[in-house]
Write a protein that binds this ligand. Sequence first.
Ligand code: ARG
Length: 467
Amino acid sequence: MTDYKQSEQANSLWGGRFKGGVSDIMEKINASIDFDKVLYRQDIKGSIEHCKMLITKDIISEPDGEAILGGLAQIKKEIESGDFNFDVTLEDIHMNIEHRLSEIIGQAAGRLHTGRSRNDQVAVDFKLYVRDACDQADEALKGLQLALINVAKENADTIMPGFTHLQSAQPVTFGHHMLAYFEMFTRDRSRFADARKRLNECPLGAAALAGTSFAIDRQQTARALGFDRPTYNSMDSVADRDFALEFMAAASISAIHVSRLAEELVMWSCAQFNYISMSDSFTTGSSIMPQKRNPDAAELCRGKSGRIIGSLNSLLVTMKGLALTFSKDMQEDKEATFDAVETYALIIAALTGMIEDMKVNKEQMLASTNKGFITATDLADWIVRVLGLPFRKAHHITGSLVALAEKKGCDLDGLTLQEMQTIESLINDDVFNVLSVENSVASRVSYGGTAPSEVLKQVAVALKRVG
Ligand code: ARG
């Protein structure tokens, strides 16, 4: 049999019915104070507005209300100066604060909880927290986007290989590549904005699940806390954690974008690519191999994306079987969400730092376009445009020319006109104009294409779109 200690004292908040205390194991499994103390600011803010509303509606007297407001202000100061004693036997942040309030102002503290329950209280606190997290994510992403735009502008005509299947495909500009990520982060920002808009209904006043018989004014508290309106249904109000899921879903998708760029930074900074160099700020050395400069920050951005996706999954699975309305399972929402919020902020900051910090090795990028017959599509397009042959035929001829160059051990522009004519007699001198990577990228002027002129236009548009 498990040997556990039993506390003697019944809980001060529901001790009317309970005579004995809880076992130490119960205390351990039940308590959330170690992590939900993060919510103290939101909890106090919610309580202040609830209290003001109770005063306005004459549900509590003004002297009691003033005492509560004064006590809450003092508690905030105590917490922020480190003078607050968080007590695990008081389970969570809500009960720790209420208990301390009763120590400061006595009996009147018991009136604060009129017309509300911890169920709507925790929902409103958590929503306020996630709403802030959406705003912070937006701000951080904006910073990252500005960093990307800067690099894009400076590298509008920096030529590099564009890849599909990680095989040289067509030459592109590095600026264009950076702006591809700008688009991903633009969509991420709109996902956070969308989540924020949907969450912005106030659950306070839903009480335990059914609403309350007190004549509360939910419009007043909703407005005071910056919500667009109160939630429509009291049961949904306390059972809903979609807002945390939506934040983590948006963060997970965004973390995948972070991870893909991080993977490219890892790849680009290795000696074989050498497309970029990273400074001491975001790399580490090896304890045994003196030549090494490891891109740890990029690797950790890639690695931590898994952790954010894990948090999303953790809460999805927690919620999936819960009958309405609140169940204690839902207390498991917090550690996952807090960790996702903090991890996400960290990887965006690290990625922004690396983008600002990296040195672009333009010559090396250009030099590596000399491999892989990267202008083959330009050649096929030229055969269509100038010789008037169908694209399928042009594709075939180009394939034969690639094979010939491969055999000769040169690139396409290393073939002589005579050699080309052995494959297709109509080919003329003009072909050499399209075989250079410079001409290739310059020709890609379709809207959203990789031509330097087009990238510069998109840089200007991006600067407006970033907000
Ligand atoms: N600590 C709880 C949580 O984090 C607060 C809500 C408790 N409600 C209840 N009926 N026990 O979700």
